[in-house]
Write a protein that binds this ligand. Structure first.
Ligand code: ZN
Length: 592
């Protein structure tokens, strides 16, 4: 990549002056001191202890969390820069062990607080400040927490049990290699590389990519499905039999601090609106001049050529889109560049993908991207900078309440992407490019909203079916039937997609995780609609949502912004925005 004004590599010195010698040793000494301070306080932990003493210990606990995060982040960021760097690997190995040990030493504090009688806990919660929601969250999990020895047994057995099994799933699937004929040449590909061909302009290449994916997974389906079976049974045994959650999904909902009924409403509204995306797929089939869209074609580009962007140009676009919204937000985003917290471009050994790491309140987050100038790289930059802005807006909170809860974690990131799309659409005179832009927003919205909601719907059924002793083939048939419902008559399904569920890592890693994506995206669509309707007046409400960080429940944060997440009408509003986008698309006259 040519010289850019935007720095392409970050510096980590704001985190730690050096990953060795005195700067590192001082952090380790501080951590040890804080751990000893906490341990010394242990005998004073009693239900009627003075609130001031409790707060002292809580702040010590916070100090431990802050140092741990600083060190863990340094190791993680350094390793991301260059996954082959031996010094980074050594530091990570050393810190991993050290931080797990520190965590275990501090754990008694949480467990003690969880075990307190209600009245005593409430008195201490009332005396706390910004840590309040952290303490409330511990109490929320209390009814589902077992005795300390039982918890220890579960943790110990998980390490070589279900965690090891899930690890095995990752090891097995990451070793798969795929081969694909492209332009007369047979290529050997990783799964990520293969899946990039699902967006290839040639229909036969897209079909071949999916067929190859399922050929390989199908060959291993007995083992993978067996791992899934154990994942589900382990979840059932732990969450229902031992911890007494009402339903398998309730365990996740409790972690997300969302009532079961809210999640149920969200999923129902998604299911009812499957037709919205079916309408889009019908439109797409006509544009691609296919009689009917095949499942292979849902991410197909509408036109083969892609516009390219320089890094500086992308940065300017993103900042400009933010400035049009709020100068404050734009100036926060600018800090990521000014403080050299961005690692922008790919290099050999650097990890792939993109992320934003908000380490500590008051520290500008670090952002990693692999910018190559493709059109998709620009919204990715907007997305990660949105995360950074979110973290900076929440800078007043404790390290324990700073990170947004999962259902709200994508608010600023997706909002930032929408601001960028709006700017690009305003700029773009060429109807073909406008259509491509809108269509790629709808492709992504489908993948985030409906697809993820159907994943959770399937999991709900799968947990029930496995409990009833159904076979792998029966699960696959069930999956296929749910796909048929999702796509209706708009998309032609081929048989291999019945095995899609064994390819979804979230099902193994974190059951019922995916509905949070649907939640986040529909929320942002509705918020964006309000921004369009209200203009400037919307800003203080938006600020407030972000500024909460993770210091209150999602329901409470959104209620203050005038949103009732238990109201089906609110979620329907998100789908109405999507319908509006499809209508815009239908109205775009594109010369053929
Ligand atoms: Zn994100």
């Amino acid at each position: 990549m040519a010289e850019t004004r935007t720095p392409t590599r970050w510096t980590l010195t704001d985190l730690l002056a050096a990953p060795e010698g005195e700067p590192l040793e001082r952090q380790l000494r501080d951590l040890e001191q804080a751990l000893q301070d906490l341990e010394m306080g242990r005998p004073r932990l009693t239900p009627d202890m003075p609130a001031s003493e409790f707060l002292n210990l809580l702040h010590t606990y916070e100090r431990i969390a802050a140092i741990s995060r600083r060190l863990g982040a340094y190791a993680y960021l350094w390793f991301s820069e260059d996954t082959q760097n031996q010094a980074a690997l050594n530091l990570q190995g050393r810190l991993d062990q050290l931080l797990v040990a520190a965590h275990n030493r501090a754990l008694f504090f949480e467990l003690w607080f969880k075990a307190l009688p209600d009245e005593a806990a409430q008195r201490l919660i009332d005396s706390s400040g910004d840590e309040r929601y952290f303490l409330e969250s511990l109490r929320r999990l209390r009814p589902f927490t077992l005795s300390e020895p039982e918890e220890r047994v579960i943790a110990l057995k998980d390490a070589n049990g279900i965690d090891a099994l899930v690890n095995l799933y990752d090891m097995l699937t990451s070793q798969y290699s795929f081969s694909l004929q492209v332009e007369g040449e047979t290529k050997t590909l990783t799964q990520d590389e293969l899946m990039a061909y699902c967006r290839h302009p040639a229909p036969e290449v897209r079909a071949a990519a999916y067929q190859e994916l399922y050929r390989v997974y199908r060959a291993n389906s007995t083992v993978l499905a067996q791992i899934y079976n154990h994942r589900v049974r382990d979840w059932h045994a732990e969450m229902l039999e031992l911890r007494h959650f009402a339903e398998p999904i309730s365990a996740r909902n409790t972690m997300n601090d969302l009532p079961d009924a809210v999640v149920d409403t969200l999923l129902q509204v998604c299911r009812r609106n499957a037709g919205v995306f079916q309408r889009y797929f019908g439109l797409k089939a006509r544009w691609l001049k296919l009689g009917k869209l095949r499942r292979y074609d849902i991410y197909a580009p509408l036109s083969p050529s892609e516009k390219r962007y320089g890094l500086d140009e992308a940065v300017d676009l993103v900042l400009e889109s933010l400035e049009g919204f709020s100068l404050e937000v734009a100036s926060l985003a600018r800090r990521v560049f000014d403080e050299r917290h961005l690692d922008a471009t790919p290099r050999p050994g650097k990890r792939g993908g993109a992320y934003c790491y908000g380490v500590l309140p008051g520290l500008t987050p670090w952002v990693l991207t692999n910018f190559t100038g493709r059109a998709r790289d620009v919204p990715t930059l907007a997305h990660e900078l949105g995360h950074a802005v979110h973290a900076m807006m929440a800078a007043d909170h404790s390290v324990l309440t700073y990170n947004a809860p999962l259902p709200l974690a994508e608010t600023a990131s997706v909002f930032g992407e929408m601001l960028l799309t709006d700017l690009l659409l305003r700029r773009e005179g060429d109807p073909t490019v406008r259509r491509e832009l809108l269509a790629s927003v709808l492709d992504d919205t489908y993948a985030t909203v409906l697809r993820q909601a159907y994943f959770t719907l399937f999991e709900r059924d799968a947990h029930r079916l496995i409990d009833q002793g159904k076979t792998i083939e029966e699960l696959a048939s069930h999956y296929f039937a749910a796909l048929a419902e999702q796509f209706g008559s708009a998309v032609e399904l081929s048989d291999e997609f019945r095995w899609e569920w064994i390819v979804v890592p979230h099902f193994y890693h974190a059951p019922f995780y995916t509905y949070a994506y649907s939640f986040g995206q529909l929320l942002v669509l509705a918020l964006y609609q309000r921004y369009r309707a209200e203009g400037e007046a919307f800003l203080p409400r938006y600020r407030k949502i972000l500024a909460y960080g993770g210091s209150a429940s999602p329901a409470r944060i959104l209620a203050e912004a005038g949103i009732d997440i238990s109201d089906p009408g609110f979620w329907q509003g998100g789908f109405d925005v999507i319908s509006g986008l499809i209508t815009d698309l239908e109205g775009l006259e594109v010369p053929s």
